[in-house]
Ligand binder design. Structure first.
Ligand code: FE
Length: 397
């Protein structure tokens, strides 16, 4: 038995934001981030459309990047006071992830974060409100996924929450919002989406329902990401759909060790954070080579390479062609090929080597490791991470 869960409605295409007018309810609680959605006028539109739908609207503004437990609790308290029957979240991954967690504590105030950390054991939601998500970046696809990441600042721990109960009811994938993304964010979120699609395709949890979504997303991202980065807005629009398709795939097929490594290296070093999408982009070529040591996984990577018309006869040639394509994309997007060169070398070599055994152990224990197509020991993980720090990738023409 397997389960495949998506939002009930996914509105997409330019102007689809206006579909907010079709929501039926009496009170909408709107969760939003730092201010870009307000600055570009999208927040006003959201308010206006919800009012046209006959709803009373309350805003919850200023959700920070990597949203904290405190923000979630504050939002949930405001929801309990307002009693919405719709929760509408708009912005990047952070406000939408925060709103998902607020939703749980709104409906179940007695729940603890520790209880929510057990994957796929949430209480039944939708006893008070339904959930609509509107993404402004093209990467996390949280608008269609069963996931939310919340940070406990006091403990310095990230809680990855996972349950189909928090898969939104309605997603509005309007590319006009993504057209406001700065260049670097476009590159990083785009490579995050590519990693979602590739990891979902080779995951041990992949199935007939997730494979076509993953493959088509890979094709669209390979064809459009560089152009989107360079300001081609038609390509940017395609990327918004592509990341959502990748999200539909990985929400149901789960991910692999590229994500395990990105999660555990992200905030581990004093020089600065390694941004999620950039980490995935740097690690993915190395992970493909490692996983290809498992013949079934190698065959799956070869299928991806064939699907996007890369050259090669044997499985090994096709795997290398896929690695080369990812390296080529990183080069086009000005993403370095190793941690040593990340942001001008902010991750110190000595500190990296000192922390390596612990980080490797944590990465093996990450929730995403379970669905990776090849088993990995902490020692192998340490080697793999070391190669991510030191080994420069070259692009073959
Ligand atoms: Fe990701």
């Amino acid at each position: 038995m397997a389960r495949f869960t998506l939002p009930r409605d996914i509105y997409h295409g330019k102007g689809s934001l206006a579909e907010l007018r079709t929501l039926r309810g009496s009170k909408a609680f709107v969760v939003v981030g730092g201010g870009s959605m307000k600055r570009f006028g999208f927040l006003d539109k959201v308010e206006q459309y919800l009012k046209e739908a006959g709803m009373e609207v309350r805003l919850f503004e200023g959700v920070e990047p990597d949203p904290s437990v405190e923000t979630v609790m504050r939002g949930a308290a405001a929801m309990r006071e307002f009693q919405p029957d719709w929760i509408v979240s708009i912005g990047g991954g952070s406000p939408i992830d925060a709103a998902k967690a607020m939703w749980v504590f709104y409906e179940y105030p007695e729940t603890s974060f520790d209880e929510l950390c057990v994957p796929f054991h949430f209480p039944t939601l939708r006893t008070k409100a339904r959930f609509c998500a509107i993404p402004s970046t093209s990467g996390t696809a949280t608008e269609v996924t069963a996931f939310s990441v919340i940070t406990d600042d006091a403990k310095g721990v990230k809680y990855p929450l996972a349950d189909f109960n928090i898969t939104p009811d309605v997603a509005i994938v309007d590319p006009e919002l993504a057209e406001t993304m700065p260049k670097k964010l476009t590159a990083h979120t785009g490579m995050d989406a590519l990693t979602h699609a590739i990891e979902a395709y080779v995951s041990t949890m992949h199935c007939e329902y997730t494979d076509p979504l993953a493959l088509h997303a890979i094709e669209l991202i390979s064809a459009n990401l560089a152009a989107s980065y360079n300001g081609d807005m038609a390509a940017r629009d395609k990327m918004h759909d592509a990341q959502c398709l990748a999200g539909m795939a990985f929400s149901n097929a789960l991910l692999g060790i590229t994500h395990s490594m990105a999660h555990k290296t992200g905030a581990a070093f004093s020089g600065g954070h390694i941004v999620h999408g950039a980490a995935n982009a740097m690690y993915l070529p190395k992970v493909i080579r490692f996983n290809a040591g498992e013949p079934e996984a190698a065959e799956r990577y070869a299928q991806i390479a064939r699907f996007i018309h890369l050259k090669g006869e044997t499985t090994a040639e096709l795997v290398e062609a896929l690695v080369n394509r990812v390296n080529e994309m990183n080069a086009e997007l000005d993403i370095p090929s190793r941690i040593k060169d990340y942001e001008g070398g902010i991750i110190d070599e000595k500190e990296f080597m000192e922390k390596l055994p612990r980080v490797a152990e944590l990465a093996v224990g990450d929730a995403c490791t379970g669905s990776n197509p090849r088993r990995i020991t902490p020692a192998q993980m340490a080697e793999l991470l070391k190669s991510c720090y030191f080994d420069k990738e070259t692009v073959k023409k």
